[in-house]
Design a protein around this ligand. Structure first.
Ligand code: ADP
Ligand code: ASP
Ligand code: MG
Length: 481
C-alpha cells in the first residue's frame, strides 16, 4: 500500500532521556511539537525519562540475586518519579495516574517473577525495560491531548518488527513498514501525532525485544525510513555533534554538518550522541538528520548529509572505555592462522558478538580483536567451546583477554587527503607517554582506530584533539553553498 498524500513532508522528532527528564522538559518537548505540527505532519519517538532505564535494569539485577528490598525500593522510585511528573503535567488526572500505576505494576510483576526464579531471561528483561518508554510516551501523549494537540501513545512493539536477538535486536524493515502503514499512517493522516516508544520492538510472533542501549535514536531512524520521512530531528542535551565528547574535552566545537559516514563512524566508535545503528536505515533514501539541543532552541544543531563538496580532513575524536582486547595465537603450525581466524570469527558471529577492531600479524599468525566488555563472557564461551579440541591438545595458546584497554578513533572524510595526519596523531599520543597497543585503519580511510591503555585514554583523546586543532577547524569551517 502506498502512503497517502498527507504523509508528504513527514517530520520524525525523537526526544532523548534528558529531553523527557521531567515535567518541565516534557512541556518544552510539547511546545516544540506544537510549533512543528502547524507546519507539517509529525511522528514523535520518545526515550524513557533520564536514568529510568538504568533504574529498571538495576532493579532486575537485584531481583535476580534475591534482594527483595531493593526491588521494592526500585519499584517505589519508578512510581514516584512518574506520578510526580504526571501530577505536574496533568494535575490530579485519575486516568493518567491509572496509566502510570498499571505500567508500574506490570514492571513489578516481571521483577517479582525474576525474584522467584533467581534468573533474568533476556526476553523478560526486554519486556520489563521497555516500560520506561511506555511510561514517558503515555505522559507526553496525555499532556499533548490536554494541550489541544491530538496525540496517541503507541508501543514500539506494535510497529517495529525485529529478529529475536533480545537486548540487541535488528529490525525487519518490510514487516515494520507494513505495520507502520497500517497503524501509524491512518492516525497521521487524521492529524493525530503518534507518540511512539523508542528502544523497543517485537518479533513477528509478538515477543518483546529491545534495540540496545541508546536505541531510541535507532527506533526513530527505522520509522523515518519506512515512512519515507522528509527529515529526522534528534533532540538531545548538547548543541549537536561535537569534535569530541564535551564531558572529556574543554574546547570542543559543534560541527555544523557531518556526512552519514562520519556520523556512523563516530557513533560506532563511542560518540554517545547517536546510537551506532541510527544512520544505516536512512542512507539509501538520503533522509536528512538533525541533531539538536532541546535546552537551546536557538542553536541550529548539526545536519547530517550525504556528502560534502570538499573533504575536510580530521573532524572529530571519540573513544570507548568499556572494551576488551582478545588475543589468539596458534601454538604451532598444525593450526593455521587463517583457519583459526575463520573459526573464531564464525563462533563470534553465531554468538552475536560484534568486533570493533581486528588486527593480525602474518608472521606469528596471531590476531587480536576488540569487543565490548559486556560481550566478553559470551565471546569466551563461544571461542572456548568451538576451539575446545585445539585448546585441549595445545595447538592453540590459551586465549588472552585484556580489559585494561580503550579505543580512540579519529574520524573525518578526506583524512587520506591530509598528508602526515596519522603520524601527527601517533606523535601526539606518544608525547603523553602513552603506548599504542594496536592500530587499525578502516578500509574506508575515514577512521584511524588506536588502542591504548585504559588509564591513558582520556589524555590521549585530549592530545589528539589539540594536535589536530579540531575545535578550531570546526569553528572556521567554510560555509557551504
Ligand atoms: P539522549 O538521552 O538525548 O539520547 P545521550 O546521553 O544518549 O542523549 O547522548 C548525548 C550525550 O552524548 C551528550 O550529553 C554528550 O555528553 C555525549 N557525547 C559524546 N560524544 C559526543 C560528541 N562527539 N558530540 C556530542 N555529544 C557527545
Ligand atoms: N532508554 C533507553 C536507554 O537508556 C533508550 C534510549 O534512551 O535511547 O538506553
Ligand atoms: Mg541517546
Amino acid at each position: 500500500m502506498e502512503r497517502g498524500v498527507h504523509l508528504k513532508n513527514l517530520l520524525i522528532m525523537k526526544f532523548g532521556g534528558t529531553s523527557m527528564g521531567s515535567a518541565e522538559r516534557m512541556r518544552v518537548a510539547a511546545d516544540i511539537i506544537a510549533g512543528q505540527k502547524k507546519l507539517r505532519p509529525l511522528t514523535v519517538v520518545v526515550s524513557a525519562m533520564s536514568k529510568v532505564t538504568d533504574l529498571l535494569l538495576e532493579t532486575l539485577r537485584r531481583a535476580e540475586v534475591g534482594d527483595k528490598s531493593a526491588v521494592t525500593a526500585g519499584v517505589a522510585a519508578l512510581r514516584a518519579r512518574h506520578l510526580e511528573a504526571s501530577e505536574q503535567l496533568l494535575g490530579k488526572s485519575a486516568a493518567a495516574a491509572q496509566d502510570v500505576e498499571a505500567l508500574v505494576n506490570e514492571f513489578q510483576r516481571i521483577a517479582n517473577g525474576i525474584l522467584m526464579l533467581g534468573e533474568r531471561p533476556p526476553r523478560s528483561v526486554d519486556e520489563a525495560i521497555a516500560i520506561g518508554e511506555r511510561l514517558s510516551a503515555t505522559l507526553l501523549a496525555r499532556f499533548l491531548q490536554a494541550s489541544g494537540i491530538k496525540a496517541l501513545a503507541v508501543n514500539g512493539g506494535e510497529v517495529i518488527v525485529t529478529d529475536a536477538v533480545f537486548g540487541n535486536a535488528s529490525p525487519q524493515m518490510e514487516a515494520t513498514r507494513q505495520k507502520c502503514i497500517a497503524k501509524l499512517a491512518p492516525a497521521i493522516e487524521e492529524g493525530i501525532v503518534p507518540v511512539v516508544t523508542g528502544f523497543n520492538g517485537a518479533t513477528a510472533d509478538g515477543r518483546p525485544t529491545t534495540l540496545g542501549r541508546g536505541g531510541s535514536d535507532f527506533s526513530a531512524s527505522i520509522l523515518a525510513a519506512v515512512l519515507d520521512a522528509q527529515e529526522l530531528w534528534i533532540w538531545t542535551d548538547v548543541d549537536g555533534i561535537m569534535t569530541a565528547d564535551p564531558r572529556l574535552v574543554k574546547d570542543v566545537a559543534v560541527l555544523d554538518e557531518v556526512t552519514y559516514a562520519e556520523a556512523a563512524e563516530l557513533a560506532y566508535n563511542g560518540a554517545k550522541v547517536l546510537h551506532p545503528r541510527t544512520l544505516a536505515p536512512l542512507v539509501e533514501k538520503q533522509i536528512p538528520v538533525w541533531s539538536k539541543n532541546s535546552f537551546a532552541l536557538d542553536k541550529p544543531g548539526t545536519k547530517i548529509v550525504s556528502s560534502f563538496d570538499e573533504p575536510k580532513g580530521a573532524r572529530a575524536v571519540t573513544s570507548m572505555s568499556d572494551v576488551a582486547l582478545v588475543s589468539m595465537e596458534p601454538a604451532n603450525a598444525v593450526l593455521s592462522g587463517t583457519r583459526l581466524m575463520a573459526r573464531a570469527l564464525d563462533a563470534l558471529a553465531l554468538a552475536n558478538v560484534e568486533i570493533l577492531v581486528l588486527t593480525s600479524s602474518s608472521y606469528r599468525q596471531t590476531f587480536c580483536f576488540l569487543i565490548r566488555k559486556h560481550d566478553v563472557t559470551s565471546a569466551m564461551e563461544a571461542l572456548e567451546s568451538n576451539l575446545s579440541i585445539e585448546l585441549a591438545h595445545g595447538y592453540l595458546r590459551p586465549i588472552e583477554v585484556d580489559g585494561n584497554v580503550g579505543l580512540l578513533a579519529v574520524v573525518g572524510e578526506g583524512m587520506r587527503g591530509t598528508p602526515g595526519l596519522a603520524g601527527r596523531v601517533f606523535t601526539a599520543i606518544s608525547r603523553e607517554n602513552t603506548n599504542i597497543i594496536a592500530i587499525a585503519q578502516g578500509s574506508s580511510e575515514l577512521t584511524i582506530g588506536i588502542i591504548v591503555r585504559l588509564d591513558m585514554l582520556d589524555k590521549a583523546v585530549r592530545a589528539v584533539h589539540e594536535e589536530c586543532q579540531l575545535g578550531k577547524i570546526a569553528a572556521v569551517a567554510e560555509p557551504r553553498a
